[in-house]
Design a protein around this ligand. Structure first.
Ligand SMILES: Cc1cc2nc3c(=O)[nH]c(=O)nc-3n(C[C@H](O)[C@H](O)[C@H](O)COP(=O)(O)O)c2cc1C
Length: 208
């Protein structure tokens, strides 16, 4: 059985957070679809509010404190990414942008990314298309066609079979399909991994 990991990033600030809720529902939809395809799925939830201070410190110093480093490595090593932001002033919020500003430059190249957003008004749903999608395109991620926006009225009408649920299922299936057609990731590069072939050294081969 192939093991797949999905990083599930939420930039929600509220507690409880509708952004976290949307991220979790997208993750469950993608997981169910991948399990149906015979995969063993690990979800790695990331709440950016827990890393907010570390993200700013990283921006100021260029170094990631340990907890943030682990999270950045987990995101880079995932087979797929779900990234959900609350809309602030008609765009992603500052925490979401700052986090992806410190993600290693090539970390998301080729990674399937499902994007979502929550907002106070459905009138701002296109922020996903004019702000979030271009940012991940710049990072050379493979952004899925269905982006999921949830406004307050979407939650109010959610009886398990709503239009929002249908979008979540469609988006989850798209992510699962993209993850399924790729080889499983091998995890982050180990900077201490042995690169020397000792058998060759003993045989007198000079690796330099
Ligand atoms: C500073 C600020 C700016 C906001 N700007 C917008 C906005 O431009 N458009 C919108 O639809 N909602 C806006 N909202 C509402 C949030 O997007 C909405 O409440 C979101 O779902 C909160 O997510 P959370 O529950 O995960 O914290 C704003 C909220 C705050 C605090």
């Amino acid at each position: 059985m192939t093991r797949r990991t999905l990083a599930v990033v939420s930039a929600g600030l509220g507690q409880p957070s509708s952004t976290r809720l949307l991220a979790d529902q997208l993750a469950a939809a993608a997981r169910d679809e991948l399990v149906g395809r015979g995969a063993d799925v690990e979800l790695r939830p990331v709440d950016l509010r827990e890393h907010a201070h570390d993200v700013v410190n990283h921006l100021l110093t260029g170094f990631a404190p340990t907890a943030l480093r682990r999270t950045l490595d987990a995101v880079a090593a995932a087979d797929g990414l779900i990234a959900v932001t609350p809309i602030f002033n008609a765009s992603y919020n500052g925490l979401f942008k700052s986090f992806f500003d410190v993600v290693d430059r090539d970390a998301l190249a080729g990674t399937p990314v499902l994007v979502g957003a929550t907002g106070g008004t459905a009138r701002h749903s296109l922020a996903l298309e004019h702000a979030v999608r271009p940012m991940f395109a710049y990072l050379r991620a493979v952004v899925l066609p269905t982006a999921v926006f949830a406004a307050p009225e979407d939650w109010a009408g959610d009886d398990g079979d709503s239009a929002l649920r249908a979008r979540i299922r469609r988006a989850g299936a798209e992510l699962a399909e993209q993850v399924d057609r790729r080889p499983a990731t091998s995890g982050p590069a180990d900077p201490f991994a042995l690169t020397t072939d000792f058998a060759a050294l003993l045989a007198g081969h000079d690796p330099t």
